[in-house]
Design a protein around this ligand. Structure first.
Ligand SMILES: [Cu+2]
Length: 150
């Protein structure tokens, strides 16, 4: 009878311990769900990071192609907003030319016919500036334009 009582006690202890571990397993589940919820919140955070990417898009480079030939620069007006990052692709169709904006230290090399040169800069302050070809008297003959920063 004593042995039976001990066996019964062991079974009761086993059931209690088993029940405890079982309870722990189920108790873990809600916290796992809570982790998943935290992940969802983290994704919400990622969405605000996307907003940051939109802000980066505003810093996108504004590219303009300017064609040079005797004796014109086309287009002869370029308009950007203050603070814009600007890229000028200067394509020379005929003759020998360069592209210059003094105020922004913009100056491509002098290039020959069929060549192109690219220069990038930031339009730092508002105003109207001249761009021109600095070769010979090309500017006086018409190779100039207005670079407008709003
Ligand atoms: Cu020129």
């Amino acid at each position: 009878m004593n042995n039976n009582a001990i066996v019964t006690l062991l079974i009761v202890i086993a059931v209690i311990i088993g029940g405890f571990f079982l309870y722990q397993k189920y108790a873990d589940r809600p916290s796992a769900v809570r982790d998943a919820t935290t992940d969802v919140t983290a994704q919400g955070g990622a969405t605000s990071t996307d907003t940051g990417l939109v802000a980066d898009d505003e810093l996108e480079v504004k590219e303009f192609t300017v064609t040079g030939k005797p004796f014109s620069l086309t287009p002869n007006t370029i308009t950007v907003d203050r603070g814009d990052r600007v890229r000028i692709v200067f394509k020379n169709e005929q003759g020998t030319h360069d592209f210059v904006i003094d105020e922004f230290d913009v100056r491509t090399p002098v290039i020959g016919a069929g060549k192109s040169a690219t220069i990038e800069f930031t339009a730092g302050s508002a105003g109207t500036y001249d761009y021109y070809c600095s070769v010979g008297n090309h500017r006086a003959q018409g190779m100039e334009g207005a670079f407008i920063v709003r």
